[in-house]
Design a protein around this ligand. Structure first.
Ligand code: SF4
Length: 65
């Protein structure tokens, strides 16, 4: 079962760290909040380390698909 990262946009402070670290997975939306546009843009380990663990407000989570 593939895991998909999703951003709790209510909590996102728009620091763009996840976009900088994983540009093939995350982007900023029209409200300047991060969103996952390509869950397969990087490995789960990389998404975990460079986005989920790096997010300063811990607002990126895994969602089972
Ligand atoms: S690292 Fe977290 S707070 Fe920063 S843009 Fe990404 S989701 Fe938002």
């Amino acid at each position: 079962m593939a895991k998909t990262p999703w951003v709790d946009k209510e909590e996102c402070i728009s620091c763009e760290l996840c976009v900088t670290n994983c540009p093939d997975v995350f982007r900023m939306d029209e409200d300047n909040k991060a969103e996952c546009f390509n869950p397969e843009g990087s490995s789960e380990d990389d998404i975990q380390a460079s986005a989920i663990d790096a997010c300063p407000v811990s607002c990126i989570h895994w969602k089972d698909e």
